[in-house]
Structures are given as C-alpha cells and as structure tokens.
Design a protein. Structure first.
Length: 244
C-alpha cells in the first residue's frame, strides 16, 4: 500500500502530461477530423452490407483514414518516447525489485569483453556481506560469478579489482522500498539501467546482482502505472480539450 500510495500521484501526473503533450504537439483539428472519418467508414460497413463493391471501397478508405490518423499521432508519440523510457527505467529501479533478503545467498556476475582475463578479477566486500565462493569463470559466456550472502540489512558498495583499477557495484539488503540497481552497464545500456553511473572500464561490459521481483497488491507496478495514467487521460481529455 505504501508503494501504491506513491505510485498513484506519479501516474496521475504522467496522464496529465500526456494530454498536454498531445494537445500541444498535434493538430487537434486534423486529429478530430481523422477520427470522424474512421467512424464514418466503419458505419459504411453496416449501411452497405449488401453492396460488395461499396464494402471493398469502405475497407480501402478505412485503411487510408487509419494511416492518416497514425501519422498525426506520430510526432507527439516521438516526443514522449525518450522521456517515458527514462522515466520507466527510473521507476522500475524503485517499484520493480525488492532488496535482497538478509541471510539468503545471491549471485554477483561480471560480464567481460571477449579478450579480458577474468581470472585477474578480485572481489572485495564490506562488513556484513560474506563471499561464499571464489570467482567462477564461464569461458564460453565470458563471465565471472561469485556467491555472496548479506548477513544483515545493509546498503553498500562491492568492489571488483583488476590490476590497479577498481569498479564498484551497489548492493542493498533488508526490507522496504529502495532505489535498486540490478545491473551496472556500459554507456550503451544506460537507458535500460539508469540507476548507477555507466561503466567506463574497457574490460567489463556489465556487473549484475539479481534482486527478487516486487509486486504491488499482486500486480506488476507497470499494470498499475498504465492503468491509472490511462484512466486519468481518458477522464480528463475533455477538460484539456485533447483528442487522441
């Protein structure tokens, strides 16, 4: 319920933001006209059920009207795409995962470049976290993995050491909502994993700790998010004089 209480206002604001973007970034007169044309062509199917030639023409016109409508929607959707992708990545770091359970084991994995020497990697952990296995290398996958176990609730940094360089990875264990980074990736993966700064190391592609999935009242947070923001947009579209 705590997670849902914070998710609801965010979803409502996003629904309103979508209305504002669609209103300002699209030709609303043309959008309403396109929607009317689509409706009119659908009605033709009922009016001319006994006229195959007219039905075929109505199908053609319906397809063209839908394509025109989609073209009108393309620009506002493109404007929303990047901000929404960044927002969803940030929200998933809060709502999509739960911290590790204190006392239960987890796997830390480092993905290496093909030519990197995984055997040179060493793992350093702070107090409160136990390392139960040495680094196990899987040559075919270019990965090195360790089994670790948080002994108590903690928020800390793990350190991967190779040569004179140190790369860190955040870890969290305990209860409650946390801002969690499951994978720290290179700059190319920042869009999907924005919770930590990108890796700039030339030998490591990403470092990952698998956290247990989290649900809000038995549903994934995205179900709540899209349902609440969608209902908000539908309920307020007349007030904002927005057609979509």
């Amino acid at each position: 319920m705590t997670a849902l209480a914070t998710l609801v206002p965010i979803s409502v604001l996003i629904g309103i933001g979508i209305l504002v973007v669609f209103r300002r970034m699209s030709d609303q007169t043309a959008v309403r006209r396109a929607k009317s044309l689509v409706t009119a062509h659908l009605l033709e199917f009922r009016l001319f059920m006994d006229e195959p030639r007219l039905i075929l023409r109505a199908q053609r016109d319906l397809i063209l009207a839908n394509l025109h409508f989609l073209r009108l929607m393309l620009w506002p959707v493109a404007v929303l795409a990047l901000p929404m992708a960044l927002l969803l990545g940030e929200m998933d770091a809060i709502y999509g995962r739960a911290p590790l359970v204190a006392g239960q084991a987890a796997i830390l994995t480092a993905q290496l470049h093909g030519t990197a020497a995984g055997g040179m990697l060493a793992l350093r952990v702070p107090n409160g976290i136990a390392v139960e296995t040495p680094g196990i290398r899987v040559p075919s996958e270019h990965q090195v993995s360790w089994r670790i176990r948080p002994l108590r609730a903690t928020t800390a940094e793990l350190e991967l050491v190779h040569g004179d360089r140190v790369v860190t990875k955040s870890i969290a264990a305990g209860k409650g909502m946390r801002y969690l980074s499951e994978r720290r990736a290179s700059l190319a993966g920042l869009l999907l994993h924005p919770a930590e700064p990108p890796l700039l190391d030339s030998e490591i592609d990403w470092i990952e700790i698998r956290y247990p999935g989290a649900h809000i009242l038995h549903l994934h947070w995205m179900v709540w998010f899209f349902m609440i923001s969608g209902i908000t947009a539908l309920l307020l579209k007349r007030k904002f004089r927005t057609a979509f």
